[in-house]
Design a protein around this ligand. Structure first.
Ligand code: FEO
Length: 170
């Protein structure tokens, strides 16, 4: 397997675990500030990110390559309000989309069809991740400073549940 593509895939495992860590920090802020629904939403997001990390790990090992382990960056823990959290989340997801797209392009450039095929699932997943967060941002902007509206959205988003994609095993 090409060393550059392998290194990018190994780094992506770290990025997915960092994503989980970032969302843990955000869920903690929601807990501290009595937004129980958004806290639950973020905890489901943590599970999804750990599943993404596992999916990359499985692929690297299925290709008979080794994992590498680097430090996970410290996430921010100071947030202004729910809108600020979801705006940071959106920017973060766009960065993840870029890093996955970069691996896809690197795979294509060297004719690594297996990696290209594997990464297609993630490219579709990122479209969904960006849209979901973007929708929440739009609704939070409508809610503004209205406590009633914010509590209504908090209740609504607390119904999210974790479902493991059929192609991911831990
Ligand atoms: Fe693993 Fe939120 O993308």
């Amino acid at each position: 397997m090409d060393n550059n593509v392998l290194k990018m895939l190994q780094d992506q495992v770290n990025q997915e675990i960092y994503s989980a860590y970032l969302y843990m920090s955000m869920s903690s802020w929601f807990s501290d500030n009595s937004y129980q629904g958004f806290e639950k939403w973020m905890r489901v997001q943590v599970q999804e990110e750990l599943a993404h990390a596992a999916y990359f790990m499985n692929y690297i090992q299925d290709r008979n390559q080794s994992l590498t382990f680097e430090a996970i960056a410290k996430p921010n823990s100071e947030w202004k309000n729910p809108l600020n959290i979801f705006e940071v989340s959106y920017t973060h997801e766009c960065g993840i989309t870029k890093s996955i797209t970069d691996i896809f392009v690197a795979s294509r450039n060297i004719g690594d069809i297996k990696s290209e095929t594997f990464l297609q699932w993630f490219i579709s997943e990122q479209i969904e991740e960006e849209k979901t967060v973007s929708d929440i941002i739009g609704r939070l902007k409508i809610a503004g400073d209205s406590s009633n509206a914010l509590l209504m959205l908090d209740k609504e988003y607390g119904t999210k549940i974790f479902t493991m994609a059929a192609n991911i095993t831990f």
